[in-house]
Design a protein around this ligand. Sequence first.
Ligand code: MRU
Length: 351
Amino acid sequence: MDTVQPNIRLDKEAGELFIIDQTLLPNEEREIACRTEAEMLEAIRSLRIRGAPAIGIFAAYGLYILARSIPETEDFLPCLRQYGDSLKSARPTAVNLAWAVDLMLKTAVARAGEGRAALLEALYEQAAFIHRDDIAKCAAISEYGLSLIRDGDGILTHCNAGPLATSRYGTALGPILLGTERGMSFHVYADETRPLLQGARLTSYELCKAGVDVTLICDNMASMAMKNGWIQACFVGCDRVAANGDAANKIGTSGVAVLAKYYGIPFYVLGPTSTVDMACPSGGEIPIELRDPTEIRSLWYKKPMAPEGVKCWNPAFDVTDHSLITAIVTEKGICRPPYTESLAALFRREG
Ligand code: MRU
């Protein structure tokens, strides 16, 4: 199976963090290097690197590189915290970013008594662990997700929750890629995902490369595809899951969930436990990123497609109410309602 090359790669010796620039896809698969705080912030904000787990992994390696640049004469921990806060502020909704930065800061605090070289090595190990761990989590999510579908099923997905958004396999696309590796076949309907077209540019690209039968549809075609009986399950990723099971994901996801409920189609949210924010009681407390109106008005067009100065509202995410979610699939197992209980049980378990 042909897949996209790894989306995040650290050159430890050179202190450079390489990513596939996702804004260039599907036309060009090109790596770019990030070395400075400004380059890292720009890469996250402009979605050169995107997807909740991927920005967490990126921030962890990024913080390691920035830690190396702190002069011996400076107070290490306050400087590192400042870099961490700055990376966290780049995108507010996906909790994995803050989760990864906080893990790195915790490591720095725990190892602060050791010499600078040992401390930096510990930070590198922590970042590499977050990366390896995401690969393992995605593999487990893929197995659990695959148990929910059958050979030949039609699956609708929204945005991109594949290898580009994570490490390997992905979350929502993981079961499909794993099943394909095992000789199964699925018909995937990929919502194009206005306004930034992650479904068209990234999901359909990843699936085409992997030899999966994918049909690209505009977001407003999902209802008809469901009515036609083409969809047996919806698989979507998540950026933050609240303790009650409300799940934030790319704008438009909640609409898909409402449609799925109407047509009696199971709606699954797939994500690692690093995306579950038990400190957040419900979706109402999840911060929603608002983005530049030009993404709606003019970004993809030769000429603007709306009157100059027209008001636009451009939230990057929405929250799907827990009552619309059939199950939440994590690396630790499949959670069913009531989510307040099933999610809490995940965190009570060892490991
Ligand atoms: O704005 P984006 O492209 O970063 O939004 C990404 C999504 O909403 C994904 O579905 C989510 O991060 C899950 S990625 C496994």
